[in-house]
Design a binder for this molecule. Structure first.
Ligand SMILES: [Zn+2]
Length: 196
């Protein structure tokens, strides 16, 4: 038998089938898309996962202080406005501390940079820097000369045996908050002028 005689589907039917398949395909695709949209809409909105605080902290801490590391300390003395920078070797017990550990060990400082070899820190102190002779009464109200000898605390150098209440009022106001001089001579000169 020759192919010529084979029964063939009428051309119209073929075209109809193709069209139907096309429509079915479009409807199917549309339904699939709607199903996905419905699925997404029904999902509760997912927040981006928050990084636990401990994880971000450990990222910034990372390093531990190595033995022999340096502490770079900047101190601002508020009454005179002088800024002193000093580099000291970290005490042996600071070895293996991380940034948080250093902050806990030296709460008076703000740590501004941290690596295993060096910690940079700052603090403000409400006392004169070591460059001054300071006139100020002690707790008993007696006028004394003070000096910041170690950088962080005022030490009494001499008790002048003068009761602050006996000074003229303007002088009292000046020394009660602490009056700084750049030399002992300057201090004595001021005091003589007040005594009059
Ligand atoms: Zn100063």
């Amino acid at each position: 038998m020759r192919a010529k005689n084979r029964k063939r589907m009428p051309r119209k039917t073929i075209r109809k089938n193709a069209a139907w398949r096309k429509v079915a395909g479009v409807i199917g695709a549309a339904m699939f898309t709607m199903a996905i949209v419905a699925f997404l809409l029904l999902q509760p909105w997912k927040q981006p996962e928050e990084i636990p605080e401990s994880a971000t902290e450990s990222l910034s801490q990372g390093a531990m202080l190595a033995p022999g590391a340096m502490l770079d300390q900047t101190i601002t003395y508020l009454p005179c406005g002088h800024v002193v920078q000093r580099r000291v070797e970290a005490p042996a017990e600071f070895a293996d501390l991380d940034r948080k550990g250093i902050e806990n060990a030296l709460p008076e400082y703000r740590v501004t940079a941290f690596s295993g070899k060096e910690v940079t820190m700052q603090r403000d102190l409400n006392i004169f820097c070591p460059d001054h002779w300071v006139l100020m009464p002690d707790a008993q109200g007696e006028l004394c000369i003070w000096q910041n000898q170690m950088g962080e605390v005022m030490v009494r150098v001499r008790n002048l045996g003068i009761v602050v209440d006996d000074l003229p009022e303007s002088a009292q106001n000046e020394v009660r908050i602490g009056k700084g001089f750049s030399s002992a001579e300057e201090l004595e000169g001021w005091l003589e002028g007040v005594d009059g």
